[in-house]
Ligand binder design. Sequence first.
Ligand SMILES: Cc1cc2nc3c(=O)[nH]c(=O)nc-3n(C[C@H](O)[C@H](O)[C@H](O)COP(=O)(O)OP(=O)(O)OC[C@H]3O[C@@H](n4cnc5c(N)ncnc54)[C@H](O)[C@@H]3O)c2cc1C
Length: 804
Amino acid sequence: MKTHARAVVIGGGVVGASVLYHLAKAGWTDIVLVERNELTSGSTWHAAGGMHTLNGDPNVAKLQEYTINLYREIEEASGQSCSIHITAGVDLAGTKERLDFLKLACARARYLGLGMEMISVDEAARIFPLMDRKHFVGALYNPLEGHVDPAGVTQAYTKAARNKGAEVYRFTRVTALEPRADGGWDVITDKGSIVAEHVVNAAGLWAREVGQMVGLELPVLAMEHQYIVTGDMPEVIASEKEVLHCIDFEGEIYMRQEGRGMLIGTYEKKGVPWAEKSTPWNFSHELLPPDLERIAPSLEVGFRHFPALERAGIKRIVNGPFTFAPDGNPVMGPIRGLRNYWVAVGVMAGFSQGGGVGLALSNWMVHGDPGFDVWAMDVARFGDWATPAYTNAKVRENYSRRFRIRFPNEELPAARALRMTPIYDRLKAKGAVFGAAYGLEHALWFAPPGTAPVEDVTYRRSNAHQPVGAECRGVRNGVGILDSSTFSRYEVTGPGAAVWLDRMLAGRLPAEGRLALNPMLNDKGRLIGDFTVAYEGPGHFFVFGSGIAEQYHLRWFESHLPASGVALRSLRTGMLGLAIAGPKARELLSRVCRDDVSDAAFPFLAFRALEVAMVPARVGRISFTGELGYEIWMPADGQLRVYEALVEAGADLGLVHFGARALQSLRLEKSFGTWAREFRPNYTPTEAGVDRFVDLGKPGLIGGAAAQKARTDGSPRRLVTFVVDAHEADAIGDEPVWHDGKVVGWITSGGYGHCVGKSIAMGYVPAALAGASAGFEIEMLGERRGAERVAQPLYDPAGKRMRS
Ligand SMILES: Cc1cc2nc3c(=O)[nH]c(=O)nc-3n(C[C@H](O)[C@H](O)[C@H](O)COP(=O)(O)OP(=O)(O)OC[C@H]3O[C@@H](n4cnc5c(N)ncnc54)[C@H](O)[C@@H]3O)c2cc1C
């Protein structure tokens, strides 16, 4: 056994094997995979090996395509068969809503180049004769579905890696991980120790335990999962080609051919977690006792939808555990505060996703960047609020809804309300319909008095449409109040604070007492943040950004902090916010503070320490609504008081409460982009249209030269705003943009602009088309709706109102 290695991968399931292969392929050959037992002895060996490219996140869908296409490569590199069966697949809809969902997936696949097609029920029945067509209303045809042999794939990855110099130690268990002063790790195993520069936790069913070795509670939990294999079926035997892979969403069933019968798996509603507290170390190549009764309701639906299955009888039942994250996507990347400790865990679809996870993680380890936008898989999307109990509730929910539709306006009920601000009950009493962002309850909209605070879930405009319109008009014509605590806030202090921030952030730092919008770039010159920076006084800054990206940003900030001279802390729990916006906002603020808040004394983009309703607060004159507005930040225990004072003082001004939905409408009217939609690591500042906020020539700016080069080379895309000829549904994001009959781009967000009376969408198109206004269409719910690009914001293009 080696005593030193550049990287030790812990876990010889499909994910660890893929990481090993990709590291070796990237040129790191002094690497080791350590496996407690035989390869595949966690959840991998009993998997059904099914694979497809369906995923709610376009970036993950693309990595699933990469994974499936990789199998030929690793077969060639290893000489080991993966038993690849690309059969194509039919994904069946039994309701109009499900069909809408499939149409969206199909439309998104167009700009991703995944080649899916909507087909009729008749066509589906022609290519998949096992189905009884009367239960279905339409189908999606996916050319890239099929299955592989789980053991073959794992062996192929490891053999191919070994051919490049990697080593694999089986029957070797990692028992402890000890950090070294040089930033590496002592990997202690039952066969000796290895000094490693990097360790990768790819321990699958034991991911939590390998996390606990370094003090981590990873948000993953295993669930029992069952599939059955039928006896021989004449329909299968008679089929000229291999039977297609199939997903029946209504039956919550997936199936594929297995020998001369079919393999049918189901995600039952009453799923059962496995090893909730800790995973036994002596569990290897074992199955769990089958429980047919638990999956009987789904099987009954399956037998009705596919009558031949019932006639075939059940030959074998497999019940095995595998791990999930709270939202069902993989959990990967570096861990904030732990040098050279990487995770690739919670991969619930190892045969669709394992290759992509391995590629992205190895890129990150070798080149310092995953090379793609992996936000949907990044471990940093969870904060310390994602406790084991939270994970347990969410994983059960996710499992039970695996094949159910998540409507774009749907908020899921498990583990609510987890984090709340002090005004939660007040907002609830006002009729707030809440959503959860980064675990925090926040008002989406307010149900008018006498109506239930419940939103219809739909792809179309919901019952929130009119109330949200009233909120928007209330803001634009008077004044509105919003709990802005969903934004993150950081305090940066110390003699080196200004120099450090100037290097981290791409914009110019504000003058003392001022605010500045400030994007952040990675080394490749792509957007990884979108902040407002406040300069309080010498050596003292506040930085406000996206709340959901708190861990993501802290990880980046902290890994770039100098040894001394700069202190950084998150104020998530210590400081909360309220925003007021609208032409009467100044009047309202003046009623609750003694200071002069006139335009002369407190101009646009000013930042002041003010006493608001007796509470010491910081107030910035800025608003994401595009109106005159103020963001008020105060100690958490003062938020309720400030809120009550504002509500009382605002009564005769017609103060309205507004929520995230209204904010979305108002910002779209202004063409303001937002983090995780318009601003993501996919895009450069030039593409995102934020060049006016950056100073790429600043000495030492991270990503400055790369972004400058991209600008000079001619960045290929541009962010634009469209007015869409929509009727009952608005764009939601991820729809393809057509121009002159070709798919040329995609939508990043959309909604209805209540104050301009138009359906609005923002998205990316090729730079050459960014000046065109006509000829665009946006594909929504299976229809191509006409869209006109608008050259300037639809509301107050000169920005006079926010400066008024
Ligand atoms: C019944 C069933 C059907 C499935 N069907 C499909 C399907 O059709 N398609 C699909 O994509 N996915 C399917 N899956 C899911 C799939 O199995 C997982 O996505 C995949 O196996 C995850 O692989 P992994 O490498 O992350 O974890 P694992 O397979 O659990 O591998 C982790 C490995 O780490 C080793 N290990 C742990 N701790 C240590 C330690 N301390 N020291 C050394 N070694 C250690 C373990 O022994 C184990 O071999 C199915 C799962 C089940 C249960």
